[in-house]
Ligand binder design. Structure first.
Ligand code: PLP
Length: 386
């Protein structure tokens, strides 16, 4: 029989998809499941964006595009970054990929290998640790704590850098905690990185438009890091486009070429119609984004208040994204046990904090990308089980 390469044993997964499958199986047995598990907006993609894709198909855009994306789309991304972050980016630095994840994978492939160390947030998006291990590098967790609003402490991050560190992964606003790193902390980190010119930073800013107070501070705002910051962003969350598979990386000039070569070796290019949709999203009206945020704001208040009213549960108010990450230690339940209990007994899908790393023990992730009614229903079902 065949023999699988060793590297496959090092590839992890994203448990939110597993929970989704279990919730769907229960729903098929006739249970009504409230899904606060999966991290995707419950809205449909705004109509004008859908129309742009339909038009592109009707207009005959059926072929390959340049591997790094349509020039018009890369220009629109650069303009959007200038508007939002006051950052001057050359469209040649933009590499359009199918979603947020490929930029992560590419960065790990470029800098990870046996003997290298890669720093990543824990609890954090589970794919970070997975791709680090897959690359052969050693994952070095940066512990994020409730007391500091799940933001990192710059000194603690800098203290973990060694001569072997190749890449530092940051994520703000964050999954699964909703934590936002304050500008002062970023300033301190960037200042400290001057002493470590060998460290490249991957800044995952996929939730950059999903902030409840204040303005997002992009790592693109720091010119001193311009030759070693990789920005990850995309359309999935902002424009409710998770199924379209569209995202981008902004790479230092010398790395964009390597990223493009990885595109050519994997998917060739993103499907053309999705790219035209992405162009319409960036250049068209933004009211749908504001409307979604208005809804998320109401939902955030409802879920945080509701969670804090549960016995043994304490939830800090998340500053961004659409996740609440309550501390459930007071219930006496471990994360995984609580996830399973709430799914099986209450019919509420959530994700165990440990799915995001060992430092997530004692927590549970609730995605509040669901209606207010669904959120209230989930809370009352959980209260009954507790
Ligand atoms: N980065 C973070 C922090 C995420 O939470 C997600 C999706 O959940 C992604 C990246 C990946 O997004 P995409 O679905 O566009 O690949």
């Amino acid at each position: 029989g065949w023999q699988l390469a060793h590297r496959m044993g090092r590839l992890g997964t994203e448990s939110a998809f597993e929970v989704l499958a279990r919730a769907q199986a229960l729903a098929e047995q006739g249970r009504t499941i409230v899904n606060l598990g999966i991290g995707q907006p419950d809205f449909e993609t705004p109509g004008h964006i859908v129309e742009a894709a339909v038009k592109a198909l009707r207009d005959g855009h059926h072929g390959y595009t340049p591997a790094n994306g349509l020039p018009a789309l890369r220009e629109a991304v650069a303009e959007d970054l200038y508007r939002r972050h006051d950052a001057r980016v050359d469209p040649a630095q933009v590499v359009v990929v199918p979603g947020g994840k490929p930029t992560m994978f590419f960065a790990a492939m470029m800098f990870g290998q046996s003997g290298a160390e890669i720093l990543y947030p824990n609890p954090g998006f589970p794919i970070y640790e997975s791709v680090i291990r897959f690359s052969g590098a050693t994952p070095v967790p940066i512990a994020l704590r409730e007391e500091t609003g799940f933001a990192f402490d710059a000194e603690a991050v800098l203290a973990r850098i060694t001569a072997r560190t190749r890449l530092l992964i940051l994520n703000s606003p964050a999954n699964p905690t909703g934590g936002v790193v304050p500008k002062a902390e970023l300033d301190r980190l960037v200042a400290g990185l001057a002493d470590h010119p060998h460290v490249v930073v991957l800044s995952d800013e996929i939730y950059s438009r999903m902030l409840y107070d204040g303005a997002h501070v992009s790592l693109l705002r720091y010119p001193e890091l311009a030759d070693r910051v990789i920005l990850l962003d995309g359309w999935s969350k902002t424009y409710a486009m998770t199924g379209w598979r569209l995202g981008y990386g902004v790479w230092p000039r010398a790395l964009a070429e390597h990223a493009t070569r990885l595109c050519i070796n994997t998917h060739s290019c993103v499907n053309a119609a999705a790219q035209y949709a992405g162009l319409a999203a960036l250049t068209g009206p933004q009211d749908a984004v504001s409307e979604m945020m208005a809804q998320f704001t109401r939902r955030r208040s409802a879920i945080v208040a509701g969670l804090n009213a549960l016995p043994g549960v304490h939830c800090t108010t998340p500053g961004g994204a659409f996740y609440a990450f309550p501390n459930i230690a007071g219930t006496g339940l471990e994360s995984r046990a609580a996830q399973d209990l709430f799914l099986e007994k209450a019919g509420v899908a959530t994700v165990a904090g440990t799915s995001f790393g060992a430092f997530g023990e004692g927590y549970l992730r609730f995605s509040y990308a669901n209606s207010l009614e669904a959120i209230e229903e989930a809370l009352s079902r959980i209260r009954a089980v507790l």
